[in-house]
Design a protein. Structure first.
Length: 352
């Protein structure tokens, strides 16, 4: 049995009895029932994910998966491909937005080279899981072969397991890759059965002409490759990216080990969609952070049955929204664990 199959087989549905116990605990806290809204829902989800009525968030990590995309040659991005490599160096130097937000919430940033089209000097802050030097152009054939897609998924699983074994209680997904909104739009269009123009946005800031090229490339890629909508590996291999596969693997690895995985923006949701097609039960372990400006993001979240925690008009990626999502999740857990109950505080309950 390979790593991917073994992981899929470990993913379980939530325990309804545990959800009831979490609700009873929340209802006994010194507040009107349900008055903390989404924080209460989130606390209950954390109980269900972890199997613990007093879940703990101690060690936090943001995994920034990086990879390049051959479809950039079709003129779908406002930035050259070298920016992926340059931004990886920025992450390693601690100067990117995700570094700032991770420091703010006390999380570690782990950068992973899943398939950047550049070589890097060895760096203890950079994990090398390079599948290839970027994907091929999905407008002329598959972005990668099936074996490479499985390698990307299993790399994500193994990284998630390594972080969990090192004591991390919550993991956030992040991304870097010029051209990856094109792959994400193609994945979202196919899986959600929505026209490409309805899920495709401006990405890093292309103009109207660039947007038309992007939509044309997505439609061509889906037509040329004809991915099997019921096979997440086939979808990933034909119209995906190595970093998207890594994110999908992280989601599956977290779900199999009952660890919450906080989903960032549009690219992370594309990885989540791939994971969902492979094993739908994994959606319960996903915590959606924000709703991106990228118009396909809300559609992807709705397909996954996820409601974002906030909407700050963000569209950077890197895991920036997910870092804030970790902070909100931590607040929900503290409410559950640290608030007094009516009996312990000597507060009268509501009149019957």
């Amino acid at each position: 049995m390979n790593k991917l199959t073994e992981t899929i087989n470990k993913i379980q549905s939530p325990d309804p009895e545990l959800m009831e116990q979490a609700q009873a605990k929340l209802d006994d806290l010194t507040k009107p029932q349900g008055s903390l809204g989404r924080l209460e829902e989130l606390a209950k989800q954390m109980v269900s994910i972890t199997g613990d009525l007093s879940p703990v968030i101690d060690k936090k990590a943001v995994l920034v998966m990086a990879g390049d995309h051959g479809v950039v040659r079709d003129g779908v991005s406002a930035y050259p491909q070298e920016v992926t490599m340059q931004m990886v160096h920025n992450f390693l130097g601690g100067g990117a937005a995700i570094n700032v937000l991770a420091r703010h919430i006390g999380a570690e940033v782990q950068v992973v080279d899943m398939g950047v089209a550049s070589e890097f000097e060895p760096n203890p802050k950079l994990m090398d899981r390079k599948v290839a030097m970027g994907t091929k152009s999905m407008t002329i054939g598959p972005a990668m072969d099936r074996g490479q897609a499985i390698r990307a998924l299993e790399a994500g699983i193994e990284i998630a397991e390594m972080m969990i074994n090192n004591g991390y209680d919550i993991i956030a997904t992040g991304d870097m890759g010029i051209g990856n909104t094109t792959a994400s739009s193609a994945i979202t269009s196919l899986i959600c059965n929505i026209k490409a123009e309805e899920v495709t946005g401006l990405g890093t800031g292309i103009d109207q002409k660039g947007l038309e090229k992007k939509i044309k490339a997505i439609n061509k890629a889906i037509e040329v490759n004809d991915p099997d909508i019921g096979d997440g590996i086939d979808i990933l291999s034909k119209i995906g990216g190595f970093e998207i596969g890594g994110i999908a693997g992280v989601v599956l690895g977290c779900a199999a080990n009952r660890i919450p995985v906080v989903i960032d923006g549009f690219i992370s949701s594309a990885g989540a969609l791939i994971a969902y097609v492979i094993e739908p039960k994994c959606s319960h372990y996903m915590i959606p952070s924000h709703c991106s400006v990228e118009k396909g993001h809300r559609i992807a979240l709705e397909h996954l049955g996820l409601k974002p925690l906030f909407d700050f008009d963000m569209r950077l990626g890197e895991g920036t929204g997910a870092a804030i999502g970790i902070n909100i999740t931590e607040a929900a857990v503290k409410i559950l664990n640290e608030m007094a109950t009516f009996s312990s505080a000597g507060v009268s309950e509501k009149n019957e």
